[in-house]
Design a protein around this ligand. Structure first.
Ligand code: NOJ
Length: 751
């Protein structure tokens, strides 16, 4: 290349970077693809264009339906762009054949489904997966889900749900990665990579970043409720995982149900047009949530379907999920000049780009000699599901009794298992089980029975604690939430007690060591029950390999390494509860919060008079059968220049490291966490923020040096002028095993 060409190439590169184009999927930014779409658009009638913007559900419903049927005829007329909840290679092919052979322009349909934590091979629920702090594992789980779903004709999943959730009352907290934007972003990228694979290969499925945006901040934790989020909080927390997903190449986004700062998210020009399209340069497709466009009427910003449809498309929602209002209203809206045809063209372009990216025009059909249900679940998939479950378990408590820890179980001859969850296959699938089948689940009862008979251990099972044998060595209590009723969509609760806790409390009266196995989809309140238990294993809803994973963990074949990603409250009254909070002007540091205030200096602090401020189990917390020790952080420099870091000077970055030692005689995994706090900045920053983590495996007695970097990415925040920059600050850094422990080191960020 001649120097001039270099310069031109460089300028184009900078331009693309400034538009964020480079970071997104190349398939969304290809001139050839755009040309191909131009050709198609030229041939399409207005009716056919609008047809691409309609999506209908065949079968399952998560809200009121349209009352429509007769999709085959609509497809033949080019009136539908996507169908969801239709699965099976034969079934989808049959519908696809109508689109490919009978519709005038032969544009393929795209079939969608909520493949949230597995298709047939059900993995632990997403909140549990986040507790693994293992993006590579999550990517592999998503890849397996994509392979199975695509075998059955599904090429689009409505996942990942990347809503930051700070309130455990919200049932949908189970579908996401918890409260932290850094961890949430790493996990978001992992899902996208896993689902989309190499994109145009037949086993790739499009990811969908949902729910854009702010849905997780529902007031009072009540599903679908109003959200009020400042622009800074929106950008600093709620938007980050979405941006990470867009940058990783996610092909689609879903607009949310909630109203955000008085404007419903599905008609929100600021988030959909300004942020997503303009600032991020996003070229994928935006689908509404289930009838969320029609619901603009209930929100009160449209008095009829026509206005709702107009507001939605003008705000940038390309596809109407099950609302039927683009179908009934759009033609007239365009003809009467309310909606410019250029807006329709842009939306159709977004839809076609996704279909082209997936290679659907070339390979519209699934191989109908195959099904995800041919034979049993492959052993390799089961192994991944088991590993995922084991890594997701959080050991919340593990007492020493008689000189050794209660878990792992050693030297037991008789085990009493009580509680209904021990043999409950259905609940192990969690919410949004896709095509997961209870028949594929190995329960605790079946896995433990097999293990016990091979190891000469007697086991008894009962649903209550009345018949614990007198000679039992230990009692396992398996209780928890009803997955479909109490968790997931429309599963909000105001009481966060653990259903079945009374069984655990009764078992404690037996005087034997009691291990609580808690099955739940959200952080629960264990304040009263925890002191009565000798050990607590948070098991979540672990999926098809629930039983084997639990048995391996109970007997120490697997060593728990899961860590909390959404704070476990002491009391529901503490919600919303999250670790990365601001200090307030009257922090309660140094105040004894375990009793009501007795004098005024104890009273006039940010506190409750009847409960502590801290969660029962904080973000990042989790025990192991091993034990770990951290050295104080070591710094490559004690100061840095904000100016140099802002300019992207790699030499200005600081390295922070610590020695982490396994002080036990058992190998184990530790999740080493890196936190910062900035003081003296133009806006208040959280008391701690996660800026890095590494999962390290340490042999007994082994020590490893774990290093993190502080650069622009870790230090920049949305300042008083709403610019994302690094400011001069007094910085504290921690390398620790959770969000509340560790020794800080100080760094000065100079101007
Ligand atoms: C409503 C839910 O909010 C959304 O997450 C889901 O993808 C759609 N229904 C489709 O089932």
């Amino acid at each position: 290349m001649k120097p001039r060409c270099y310069r031109v190439a460089f300028l184009i590169f900078c331009f693309c970077l400034s538009l964020n184009l480079w970071s997104q999927s190349p398939a969304l930014n290809s001139p050839q693809v755009e040309k191909r779409i131009d050709q198609l658009l030229k041939q399409m009638t207005l009716e056919e264009k609008i047809g691409q913007l309609n999506q209908y559900s065949q079968g399952a419903a998560t809200g009121p339906g349209t009352g429509r049927s007769g999709y085959p005829e609509m497809v033949s007329k080019g009136e539908i762009g996507s169908i969801f909840n239709l699965t099976g290679a034969k079934e989808t092919n049959q519908m696809q054949r109508i689109a490919m052979e009978k519709s005038r322009l032969h544009i393929p349909l795209i079939f969608g489904l909520d493949v949230v934590h597995g298709y047939r091979t059900t993995f632990p629920v997403p909140l549990a997966l986040s507790a693994t702090w293992d993006p590579a594992l999550i990517e592999r789980a998503a890849r397996i889900a994509a392979k199975e779903a695509s075998t059955d004709g599904v090429r689009w999943t409505f996942s990942p749900m990347v809503d930051i959730a700070r309130d455990a009352r919200w049932g949908r907290i189970t579908e996401g990665a918890g409260e932290d934007p850094y961890l949430g972003s790493e996990i978001a990228k992992a899902y996208v990579r896993g689902y989309q694979g190499s994109l145009d290969s037949p086993d790739s499925i499009a990811a969908c970043m949902k729910h854009f945006v702010g849905y997780g901040a529902a007031e009072g934790g009540r599903d679908y409720n109003t959200t009020e989020i400042s622009d800074r909080t929106l950008r600093e927390y709620y938007l980050r995982p979405f941006k990470a997903g867009a940058d990783a190449g996610a092909l689609t986004f879903m607009s949310a149900f909630n109203s955000l700062n008085e404007v419903p998210a599905s008609a929100n020009l600021f988030t959909l047009r300004q942020i997503l399209r303009k600032e991020w340069g996003y070229k994928g497709m935006v689908v509404s949530d289930w009838q969320s466009l029609l619901e603009l009427k209930n929100h009160g910003i449209a008095n009829d379907d026509r206005t709702a449809a107009a507001k939605s498309i003008l705000a940038g929602v390309d596809m109407d999920m099950e609302g039927n209002i683009y179908h009934t209203e759009m033609l007239d809206l365009v003809k009467s000049g309310v909606v410019p045809v250029s807006v329709i063209d842009e939306s159709v372009r977004n839809v076609l780009r996704v279909k082209i990216a997936l290679g659907l025009f070339e390979h519209p059909y699934a191989d109908d000699t195959k099904s995800a249900f041919d034979g049993p679940i492959p052993a390799a998939y089961r192994q991944e599901a088991r590993k995922a479950a084991e890594e997701s378990f959080i050991l919340l408590k593990n007492d020493n009794a008689g000189g050794h820890a209660v878990l792992p179980l050693t030297d037991v001859h008789k085990i009493a298992v009580v509680g209904p969850m021990a043999d409950d296959a259905e609940d192990m699938l969690g919410a949004w089980g896709a095509k997961g089948n209870a028949k594929d689940v190995v329960t605790l009862k079946s896995a433990l029975t097999e293990y016990a008979s091979a190891h000469n251990i007697a086991v008894t099972f009962a649903d209550d604690a009345n018949s614990i044998p007198a000679d039992a060595d230990v009692v396992l209590v398996a209780v928890g939430e009803n997955a479909s009723l109490m968790t997931g969509e429309a599963g909000s609760r105001t009481h966060l007690d653990l259903p079945g806790h009374e069984i655990a409390e009764a078992a404690a009266k037996s005087g034997k060591p009691v291990v609580l196995l808690a099955f739940n989809g959200r952080p629960i309140v264990l304040t009263d029950v925890a002191p009565k238990m000798n050990a607590i294993l948070e098991a979540w809803f672990p999926g098809v390999e629930a039983g084997p994973a639990l048995v391996e963990t109970l007997f120490g074949v697997a060593n728990p390494s899961g860590r909390v990603t959404a704070s476990f409250p002491r009391s529901v009254g503490q919600e919303p509860l999250y670790y990365n909070a601001l200090s307030t002007g009257r922090p309660a540091t140094g105040v004894d919060l375990t009793h009501p205030p007795t004098k005024s200096e104890e009273k006039y602090h940010t506190r409750y008079i009847d409960e502590q401020n801290a969660p029962l189990y904080p973000f990042g917390y989790g025990l192991s059968y091993s034990s770990f020790e951290y050295s104080a952080p070591k710094l490559s420099a004690a100061s840095a220049s904000a100016k140099a870091i802002n300019a992207g000077d790699a030499n200005a970055a600081i390295k922070v490291s610590a020695m982490v030692k396994n002080t036990s005689n058992r190998p184990g995994d530790e999740i080493v966490q890196f936190y910062i706090r900035q003081r003296g900045t133009s806006v208040a920053r959280p008391v701690r923020e996660l800026k890095g983590f590494q999962k390290v495996t340490l042999a007994a007695g082994e020590t490893k040096n774990v290093e993190f970097t502080l650069s622009r990415k870790e230090l920049a925040f949305w300042n008083i002028d709403m610019k994302e920059v690094v400011e001069p600050a007094e910085l504290s850094v921690w390398i620790a095993g959770d969000s509340v422990s560790g020794t800080p080191a100080k760094i000065e960020i100079k101007p």
